[in-house]
Design a protein around this ligand. Structure first.
Ligand code: PEP
Ligand code: MG
Length: 752
């Protein structure tokens, strides 16, 4: 096969004509293979499409036996065609029949054909089928031939996916059909039930502008768009005035490097040269990158691919002149592959009901923001972005992880009912908002809330929380496109103090690293990021970062008590060094005669198990300690919380966790230390019941959980739970959940 005179562009034009014809789907398919075969000087051209159960069926062929059409079927991974589909990569062989993957199908009559080139028909990271050309002579197809066939496959994919070419009903392919109800099971990352309609975040570029009329012009458009994209990213750099001994600047420049990546630009230019429009070329390169990264399954590369996704979207906006801002209809539920936190904030809370995403982790920034906004979010929904159409009915249950696309009326009714019950429960919680959190036997518990964005502040009053037990300052850094300047930080902290009024706020200093990465930062790849350069370790190595933050906090806290919490402290010396940096800033403020806080209290997060054995010493220099049970238990069990394979392998309610927390509580009490807990456990009624039994008296949680936790507390007898939990520590169960639930049920302790 060689590419015929006129090259792929001529072929693409012919394809466009065929697509526009008013004939049956099958006839158009038959014509397509003939045209592709003759234009590419191939003796065979075949199209295989995926049917239910990942079976690939021969849908059309030129050169093979026509009787095999709709008869020859291959499973994914079976034969060379199955291999192309499974790996989503081109297979190029000079002697196909001798390849171990070759699966001989006598009905096709393909034995005389030696050379084989198969490319996946891919769209949006999903393989829809395989396009194959074959020749009798033994030869390896040249790179430009592979490229040309991939371009044709991309056009085909777009048409198959949109159902505009094939009659989707004819295909009888549930996975490809977009009109049937579908249920997805994912991970609930933010609680709540939403019943509404699909709004596709970042709708894809339409197919009508895929084939270029004038390639020279397209190349020019691409170059202009890249230039203006770069300019806008440069602008970000110029607008950042924070000079962190060169470090801050370096961090921002890293993001810019992506925009200047020459490989990326070259791949898009090459795609334009095959006859695609600039928009289609951006998409094609993005699809390829995404597929490559998906197969590698490396979480760091995934984050990087997300950056390229983001840049590709920006580039498309530069090309189309679309600002990217969508007017949301009421009752909108966003469906997307992934989304940045700032993008979610842009949509606002007013009309949005929930989110269904393919690829966000529970600690991802978008999940954190969704929880702050009180929006139900389900993730790990493979294929939903390609399956959903704008306006489809959709139900999202953030509690169970269920998502129903185009659900039958009964399902909608059932979820409406569930949502109604939740609203009633919320009304119950609102009614007890001003009642104290006191157990039946008279023990008062302090209930604080976790926060990190301005969005969270109204919840302080609404929830009746006693204050903010954990303010995650890194969120302000994570959701922006550039590093916040000193003045921005100061203004932000001041607004938090003002919104909190008389209630205390515990500001945790930057907890970056691990899974918390800055969009504009260049992060060195680490084998084990959770055990790597993060939180206070970064602060001590880059003291300017911490000192600027403390400076902003001191200036914002004028005349009030400032509480600072240092994250991921591993030993007492580390804490003391952190505290010394804070003291230097205090001294600076004194020398400058600035109004200072009335009091500065400095605490340590207890997230590293080693620190649990150092409490007597720690309590001599720390004013308070807060247990970060998320990290503490993940480190104690040696489990990566962000890895779905192992994340659910251990239960927080294991005898070891309870024994560890008991040790911490006892050690803090012996040293008259101020101890609290601010991990996710604090907000789960059953877990919190056990924590109270272990002796904790201050818990900090998501504001939405204050009501359920207070209800539990008001129906609980501390003396009973204390002796029960003490006994549980001696058991061998993998999880003590069932025993604790039975205990609660017998005594009428309310856990909902
Ligand atoms: C924790 O580790 O429990 C904690 C509260 O910190 P984060 O969830 O922000 O890591
Ligand atoms: Mg933590």
């Amino acid at each position: 096969m060689t590419v015929a005179v006129g090259g792929p562009r001529l072929l693409l034009r012919r394809l466009r004509e065929i697509m526009a014809e008013q004939t049956s789907a099958q006839m158009r398919l038959d014509k397509l293979v003939t045209v592709i075969a003759s234009n590419m000087v191939a003796e065979v051209c075949s199209i295989y499409l995926r049917r239910a159960g990942k079976v690939l069926e021969l849908f059309a062929t030129e050169g093979l036996n026509r009787a095999a059409v709709h008869t020859t079927r291959l499973k994914e991974g079976e034969g060379l065609v199955g291999l192309v589909s499974e790996t989503a990569e081109a297979v190029n062989l000079s002697d196909a029949p001798s390849d171990p993957h070759f699966s001989y199908r006598p009905e096709t009559g393909e034995d005389p054909f030696k050379s084989f080139l198969g490319v996946p028909i891919v769209r949006g990271g999903q393989v829809f089928g395989v396009l194959v050309v074959q020749n009798k002579a033994e030869r390896i197809y040249a790179e430009e031939e592979v490229e040309a066939l991939q371009t044709v496959a991309m056009v085909l994919a777009e048409v198959v996916a949109q159902g505009g070419f094939f009659n989707v009903a004819e295909l009888d392919e549930p996975e490809l059909r977009t009109d049937r109800p579908r249920k997805f099971m994912g991970d609930g990352l933010s609680d709540g039930v939403a019943v509404g309609h699909v709004v596709l975040h970042e709708p894809r570029v339409k197919v009508d502008r895929m084939i270029a009329d004038n390639p020279v012009e397209e190349l020019k458009r691409l170059e202009e768009a890249i230039a203006s994209l770069r300019e806008s990213v440069d602008q970000m750099l110029v607008s950042s005035e924070l000079d962190l001994t060169g470090e801050g600047r370096e961090v921002i420049e890293a993001y810019r490097l992506f925009a200047y990546d020459q490989g990326w630009r070259q791949r898009m230019r090459d795609a334009v040269r095959t006859g695609l429009t600039a928009e289609a070329s951006v998409e094609r390169v993005q699809d390829e990158t995404r597929l490559r990264v998906q197969r590698l399954g490396d979480p760091i590369l995934r984050e990087r691919a997300h950056d390229f996704d983001d840049l590709a979207r920006r580039l498309l906006r530069h090309l189309t002149g679309d600002s990217g801002q969508q007017q949301l209809p009421r009752g909108a539920i966003l469906v997307a592959r992934n989304m940045g936190p700032a993008e979610l904030l842009d949509y606002g809370r007013e009309k949005l009901l929930g989110l269904a995403l393919e690829d966000a982790a529970s600690t991802s920034h978008v999940a954190i923001v969704a929880r702050s906004m009180g929006l139900p979010l389900v993730s790990s929904l493979e294929g939903i972005a390609d399956n959903a159409r704008s306006g489809d009915a959709i139900v999202v249950d953030g509690e169970t992880g269920e998502v129903h696309l185009r659900p039958p009326i009964e399902i909608v009714a059932a979820f409406e009912e569930k949502r109604g019950l939740r609203v009633q429960a919320q009304a119950r919680f609102a009614a007890i908002r001003d009642l104290p959190a006191i157990t039946k036997d008279g023990v008062a518990i302090k209930l604080m809330m976790n926060a990190g964005l301005e969005f969270d502040m109204p919840h302080l009053k609404e929830s009746g929380a006693d204050g903010i037990g954990l303010f995650r300052t890194e969120l302000q850094f994570m959701i922006g496109e550039t590093m916040p300047r000193l003045a921005d930080q100061r203004a932000f902290y001041k607004s938090i103090f003002d919104a909190a009024g008389d209630k205390p706020v515990v500001f945790r200093t930057l907890d970056l690293g691990g899974d918390k990465v800055l969009p504009y930062a260049r992060w060195e790849r680490e084998e084990n990021p959770a055990l790597g350069w993060r939180a206070i370790r970064i602060a001590l190595d880059r003291p300017a970062l911490l000192r600027y933050q403390v400076r902003a906090l001191l200036e914002a806290a004028q005349g009030r008590t400032l509480r600072i919490l240092l994250p991921m402290v591993s030993d007492v010396d580390e804490f003391n060094r952190g505290r010394a940096l804070i003291d230097r800033e205090l001294e600076r403020a004194r020398l400058l005669n600035q109004t200072r806080p009335t009091q500065v209290l400095v605490g340590a997060m207890l997230e590293v198990p080693a620190l649990a054995f150092m409490l007597p010493q720690l309590m001599r220099s720390a004013d308070f300690v807060s247990i970060g049970s998320n990290d503490l238990l993940s480190l104690a069990f040696a489990v990566d919380r962000t890895n779905p394979r192992v994340a659910r392998r251990y239960d927080n309610l294991n005898p070891a966790s309870l024994t560890l927390i008991r040790l911490i509580v006892q050690s803090a009490a012996e040293n008259s230390g101020d101890l609290s807990l601010c991990g996710e456990m604090a907000g789960r009624p059953l877990d919190a019941m056990a924590l109270l039994g272990l002796g904790l008296r201050t818990l900090s949680m998501q504001p939405g959980q204050i009501g359920p936790i207070k209800t539990m507390i008001r129906s609980l007898n501390i003396s009973e739970i204390s002796s029960f939990v003490d006994r549980l520590c001696g058991r061998t169960d993998h999880s003590l959940r069932t025993r604790l639930a039975a205990f609660a049920a017998e005594r009428g302790i309310v856990l909902k």
